[in-house]
Write a protein that binds this ligand. Structure first.
Ligand SMILES: [Zn+2]
Length: 215
């Protein structure tokens, strides 16, 4: 592996850049097909809209002393990371087919977004319904490195396209730790098993999706 590839790999918390969606500079665009429908009905009882977007409260921290931050699921009231003062944030882990990616094996990509784009997605599904039915062009507005970068979304007309089921990222990309492992993580001494980003042992990864595979 060349140095640049190694740098890219370690920049992404051990995941290879393959599989990560990105628009690098101002005005860059890509056309994608989301693997998430968006609104999928209403919650029983409250009648609030129900969504299939993978949105989680997570913590970012260096769990194993490697110097790289990992994503850890927040456990709410019983969360040791919250108690230790690590602030959780709301993150969305969008999975999509990047239609501009020429290499078919690398077309399914992951894009982690925060509050602004979560709201954008809620707006899009409110207006357009099932978002797996259309291609969406995404345009970056903001220069490389700018903290004010935003994204615009342009849904296209409905068209047929086969989309795979999105992967469950909890237990692989998003670590789901019990109390004991949370404490180890806070102290930076959690042992991450190789090729699988969870704490190992108790959670069989039946899909065979490990941290080293795409995402
Ligand atoms: Zn928490």
């Amino acid at each position: 592996m060349g140095l640049q590839a190694l740098l890219d790999k370690y920049d992404n918390g051990g995941f290879t850049k393959t599989g990560w969606f990105q628009l690098k500079d101002d005005g860059d665009t890509a056309t994608v097909r989301l693997l998430h429908k968006g609104q999928i009905g209403v919650e029983e009882g409250t009648q609030e809209p129900k969504y299939d977007f993978p949105i989680f409260e997570v913590h970012k921290l260096d769990v194993d002393g490697s110097g790289r931050d990992r994503t850890v699921l927040c456990k709410g009231e019983a969360c040791e990371l919250c108690k230790a003062g690590n602030k959780p944030s709301l993150r969305m882990f969008l999975q999509m087919i990047n239609l501009d990616e020429k290499d078919k094996d690398k077309q399914v990509q992951l894009w982690e977004r925060g509050l602004t784009d979560i709201k954008q997605m809620l707006g899009l599904t409110a207006e357009y319904g099932d978002l797996t039915q259309r291609d969406i062009k995404i345009r970056r507005s903001g220069a490389k490195g700018s903290l004010k970068t935003t994204y615009q979304y342009f849904p296209k007309d409905k068209s047929e396209r086969n989309v795979p089921e999105p992967q469950n990222l909890v237990g692989s990309l998003i670590l789901d730790l019990d109390r004991e492992d949370q404490i180890k993580a806070i102290e930076g001494r959690l042992q991450l098993s190789k090729g699988n980003n969870n704490s190992g042992g108790d959670r069989e990864d039946s899909s065979g999706v490990g941290a080293s595979r795409v995402f």
